[in-house]
Design a protein around this ligand. Structure first.
Ligand code: SF4
Length: 158
């Protein structure tokens, strides 16, 4: 929903904090998630993620979420699907070249990033999208990766 999406960008700092807490809890729950099986969890978690993020961010379930690097403005809402934006066609009023009634998602991304503690991440170059991840849960992917890193660090320390 367009209005909610814009509201989320205006509250990017709040969502940044909320997600950090949420992810921290899930990373702690990794032993349980591993026991259940990440593959088994994929479908139900993706369904929950689609519902929540679809409402808040107009998420398109690309499977590789970059919201924390784009001021909580989902780049998949760009009609050109540009992951490293903006293109050269942004209108003088900040409108999208293709959909003039819509504000450029990258103008929103920049404004959202200025409200975030980790907003500098907007300067990072994003890798091109892997379409095999379409429809899959970014939450599980991130949590699994971070939990794996944490285990590796613990092995090094002990
Ligand atoms: S970047 Fe991908 S996973 Fe994140 S909100 Fe946009 S479509 Fe959804």
């Amino acid at each position: 929903m367009y209005r909610v999406r814009r509201w989320s960008v205006r509250h990017a700092r709040f969502f940044e904090r909320l997600y950090a807490m949420f992810e921290g809890v899930l990373v702690h729950l990794d032993p349980l998630l591993s026991t259940i099986g990440y593959a088994r969890l994929e479908r139900p978690v993706a369904a929950v993620e689609r519902t929540i993020k679809g409402f808040i961010f107009d998420c398109r379930m690309c499977g590789h979420c970059v919201l924390s690097s784009t001021g909580m403005s989902c780049p998949m809402n760009c009609p050109k699907n540009i992951r490293n934006g903006p293109c050269g066609g942004v209108r003088a009023d900040g409108g999208c070249e293709v959909l003039p009634d819509m504000r450029c998602v990258w103008v929103d991304a920049w404004e959202g990033s200025q409200r975030m503690r980790g907003g500098e991440a907007i300067r990072d170059v994003q890798v091109s999208i892997d379409n095999r991840l379409q429809g899959r849960s970014s939450w599980l992917r991130e949590v699994r990766g971070k939990a794996h890193q944490r285990r590796k660090m613990q092995e090094v320390v002990t």
